[in-house]
Design a protein around this ligand. Sequence first.
Ligand SMILES: Nc1ncnc2c1ncn2[C@@H]1O[C@H](COP(=O)(O)OP(=O)(O)O)[C@@H](O)[C@H]1O
Ligand SMILES: [Mg+2]
Length: 276
Amino acid sequence: MADIAVHPSGTRSGNARPPAPGTDGFVDIVRMEQVQKYFGAVHALRNIDLRIGRNEIVGLIGDNGAGKSTLIKTMTGVYAPSSGRIFVRDKPVDLANYSVAMAHDLSIETVYQDKSLGEKQPLWRNFFVGRQITNRFGFIDVKRQKAVARQILEDTIGFRGVGIGVDATVKNLSGGERQGIAIGRAMHFNADLIVLDEPTVALAVKEVRKVLDFVRLIKSSGRACVYIEHNLAHVHEVADRLVVLDRGAIVADIAPRDMTVPELTEYLIDLQKSQH
Ligand SMILES: Nc1ncnc2c1ncn2[C@@H]1O[C@H](COP(=O)(O)OP(=O)(O)O)[C@@H](O)[C@H]1O
Ligand SMILES: [Mg+2]
């Protein structure tokens, strides 16, 4: 195996200086401590210690079945952990009451591949699913919703001049554009952490580039991102840190500059071999 810097789980790598709290005083947008998750007899998450800094892009990688989706679902209130602690903005979460709705209220949003947009609906409607703007009579304010949708399209995700307007139908958009819309919506609604679970699956190369640009936009707008990606070159390119999961456990926490893509590939292949 290549001689690489693999850090024990939970330690920060590549950067000895602890992050400074922002003006609003917190260091980590999310932190998991000693999280376990069982599905019956399946031990899907083992002793997970993971912190996501307030403006950090963390790439989550590992073989199929390693526990990546389970980890982000536990982080975002879809699954209750079997045990352990979760902190949001350095404050402990009441896990008995943690839910997707609560994560949402805490500005944590997951963009799921494809499922997040209604196919036959115009774009502007899609931006407001579950978040209607109503006027003082309690009716949906279509004009205002369209104006906000236009602002998201043009300013937040930079779709100006590409011929996609708020009245476009979702089914006419490319895969990359859809991801952009879903990410732009999350950014507009002030998500501080945007979680992406394999957003580039089944996308053409050109479309993948768009998604990587959206991930960079998440970073440059001051937000954090957890990015699950099977393509190592792509995630290596945009992530500040790479966290490797193997059979439910974090086995490496790597700064991309400390490991080339071929070294990373070799490392993951070695992990797979050690399973058999
Ligand atoms: N809802 C569930 N019920 C039972 N087992 C599950 C469930 N979700 C995931 N698992 C199991 O947990 C393990 C991790 O799965 P998953 O998190 O989907 O991995 P990944 O996203 O890395 O491919 C696998 O063994 C999978 O079969
Ligand atoms: Mg998965």
